[in-house]
Design a protein around this ligand. Structure first.
Ligand code: CS2
Length: 497
């Protein structure tokens, strides 16, 4: 079978949508760093829609800072790939053409820096996961202790971390007097402000005039991005082959729902993503609060409690009546009291929509995937609403139980607690030390763990009664199992929010 490429587009199976515009007449005006499944399933399609509508002439260059190699996946395909939307009885394959060129910075660092420094590029978006920003989750400041930041401080070129790579590139743009807009599309609250902080902090340390130039010439709008796009599985590639009649090594599978809200802060021509429904607003924060504290919070709670229940995916978890009811109550009885009122995103209908999106049987988002990097996700999803409630004197037994779920999930990855699975998170050395120090005692583990200030922040890390509540829910989850532990928590009367 032939591989998807410009030359094989005419042989695509009937009904498979493909670019209706002339790709060779587009110009590379955008770049994206971190061309993973999420980018291909989200922002790249907004760009495709703008190109297709003839509203914008800017296509993109995609750069990966780390493996997997994007050149191997997309260069033989001229940047083309299929995105499959699945949901209900809908299956819709579309070949996307908005990525014109790709580069792996690990193979050609200088080439990647040169490409991004090109003055023709005026917007660079990025999805590098939460940990890519090298910030301290509880404060948002650059984490000077990260080994990659320490290494980047020593060199002017060849920098490897995202902040390092961007400052190296921005120095080139300063020389060319080419202002630009850097758009973070990761799930961290105030992602634009965090990106600005880590880049400016590093620039300040290595090159003061550059820091001043950045302050005047680079914009960092915050954004809220949304579409569920799990990691692609081998069976997805097969399915697309059958549907399209060509081989595609860069397939993505996602749900039909999508949303993108961006702070209206671009210093050159604003992209026409609004053609595809993106909204440019003055303040993104209320939108990201709702999304992270409802949809993402449910995903996170269900991933830990689901994995502890032996369930594979978020779909399996949300189909379990007790887990579903737990997630529903956690939001409506607790988080909702500390959520803003956003037109079109009122909590009750948004929660209903979120649970119905998670109930899409065609989306196989594994609990272990969502559980990955909890230390980077927990703050905005569970701890912030918890702190906000505490500040108002409100109890949060369900949010605390979800935190207990996280703690138990991490503990169970350790030999002292049965080594049930491998957990992936940069804090695993700390988890291992904590497990050794607590010698199989889950309550001791939880109390030590919750004392970590860079994860829990001053208020929670110093609160002994919070630590003992989390410890007793971890004990119940570990010793009695999820069903009993949740059943008990939910039977207790909850103070109204
Ligand atoms: C998920 C998100 O893996 C995760 O952390 O919660 O990737 C989630 O699917 C997206 O934020 C949905 O927009």
């Amino acid at each position: 079978m032939k591989r998807l490429a410009d030359g094989t587009l005419p042989s695509l199976a009937k009904g498979v949508r493909q670019p209706s515009y002339d790709r060779s007449r587009t110009r590379i005006g955008f770049a994206h760093i971190g061309v993973g499944a999420f980018h291909r399933g989200h922002q790249a399609e907004y760009t495709e829609d703008a190109l297709e509508a003839g509203a914008d002439d800017r296509a993109e260059i995609g750069i990966n800072l780390r493996p997997p190699s994007i050149e191997d996946q997309l260069s033989p395909q001229d940047g083309l790939y299929t995105r499959l939307l699945v949901g209900g009885d809908r299956t819709e394959a579309r070949v996307i053409g908005s990525i014109r060129k790709v580069l792996d910075a690990a193979r050609g660092h200088a080439e990647a820096i040169a490409a991004l420094s090109h003055p023709g590029i005026d917007v660079i978006t990025m999805t590098v996961t939460e940990k890519g920003y090298c910030h301290v989750p509880a404060t948002g400041a650059l984490d000077w202790q990260r080994p990659e930041i320490k290494a980047d401080l020593q060199q002017a070129t060849g920098r490897q971390s995202l902040p390092g790579f961007l400052t190296e590139m921005l120095a080139r743009r300063m020389a060319a007097n080419a202002p630009l807009t850097l758009v973070s599309c990761d799930n961290i609250p105030g992602n634009g402000a965090i990106l600005k902080a880590v880049v400016s902090d590093l620039a300040e340390a290595v090159d003061r005039p550059l820091a001043a130039w950045i302050a005047d010439n680079v914009r960092f709008p915050s954004t809220m991005v949304d579409r569920i796009v799990p990691a692609t599985q081998a069976e997805d590639l097969k399915r697309v082959e059958e549907l399209t009649g060509v081989v595609d090594k860069s397939v993505v599978v996602g749900e039909p729902f999508r949303q993108w809200v961006l702070e209206d802060d671009f210093n050159r021509r604003r992209p026409r993503w609004d053609i595809a429904g993106a909204e440019f607003v003055r303040d993104v924060q209320p939108y990201e609060f709702i999304k992270m504290r409802v949809l993402n919070a449910c995903q996170t709670a269900l991933s830990y409690l689901g994995a502890l229940s032996g369930l594979e995916t978020s779909y399996d978890a949300v189909c379990d009546p007790l887990l579903r009811s737990f997630a529903e109550h956690m939001i409506s009885d607790e988080s909702s009291a500390v959520l803003p009122d956003v037109p079109g995103m009122q909590v009750a209908p948004y929660l209903k929509l979120s649970l119905s999106r998670l109930s899409n049987p065609a989306i196989r988002h594994t609990n272990h995937q969502i559980a990955t990097d909890g230390s980077q996700k927990i703050n905005q999803r569970l701890l912030q609403p918890l702190r906000d409630r505490m500040a108002q004197g409100l109890p949060s037994p369900l949010l605390e139980t979800a935190v207990g779920g996280w703690v138990t999930y991490l503990a169970k990855s350790q030999p002292a607690f049965g080594a049930a699975w491998q957990a992936n998170d940069q804090i695993m050395p700390f988890v291992a030390d904590t497990a050794r120090a607590s010698a199989g005692d889950i309550e001791a583990f939880a109390k030590l763990f919750v004392g970590n200030r860079s994860i829990f922040g001053e208020t929670l890390a110093g609160d002994a009664s919070f630590a003992s509540r989390v410890a007793s829910s971890a004990r119940a989850l570990m010793k009695d199992g999820v069903a009993k532990a949740l059943g008990r928590t939910m039977a207790q009367p909850v103070a109204a929010g």
